[in-house]
Design a binder for this molecule. Sequence first.
Ligand code: TZP
Ligand code: MG
Length: 235
Amino acid sequence: GAKQQEPMQCEFKDCTAPNTRIGSPDEKADELGLYPVVDRYQWLERLLPLGIHTIQLRIKDLDGQALKEEIEKSIALARESNCRLFINDHWELAIEMGAYGIHLGQEDLDKADLRAISQAGLRLGISNHTHFELIRCLAINPSYIACGPVFATQSKDMPWIPHGLNGLRYWCESLMSFQNRPLVAIGGINRENISEVAQCGSSGIALISAITEAESPEKATRELLQMIEHAREKI
Ligand code: TZP
Ligand code: MG
């Protein structure tokens, strides 16, 4: 008869302690924390010295050698700073070049070789917009679970209604109760709302424009880091 397909069994390495807001203060260093999503290695040069522990390289406009060089330089910079670097989309290059982790959207999950990613020891983060997506994502046991958009965003086409703070809180609390993996909040997060976002309890807070389009990205990053720190102290 037909050869039975082996069920997909994957387990991705942890990339932090789980949602640590209810943990002890010394677990805080394990949080993903402020998580900038950037498109060139120069951003890593600028941002990593400010105390960023997690970053994503999200390149949608390069291929070939130019893309390889961006990834290679970013991996080297992240390694120097002991920063978790997640490569968006380009999972084959990420494995080949020995990145810390990979970030995939739902539309990537069928194409990517999840088993190869897991076996190579790379972390995997997955985007989620709805509960249906979340169910699929949980079956994969990823290293973190991203939830977005929290607020309306200009940085990516988002046909979904934003979760808002209540939605985010609900995701954080439900995941905390049965899934030992960190959550990353994304979408429309900026200095006006980051304190409230931080109090919802996600391990990571990802953003693009609040940093990349700030008048001074360095100053904005320092302020956002401080705001998270203060907000967490109040939890
Ligand atoms: N995924 C969900 S929202 C988003 C992505 C990539 C864009 C976030 O950008 P910004 O500028 O922080 O709203
Ligand atoms: Mg993708």
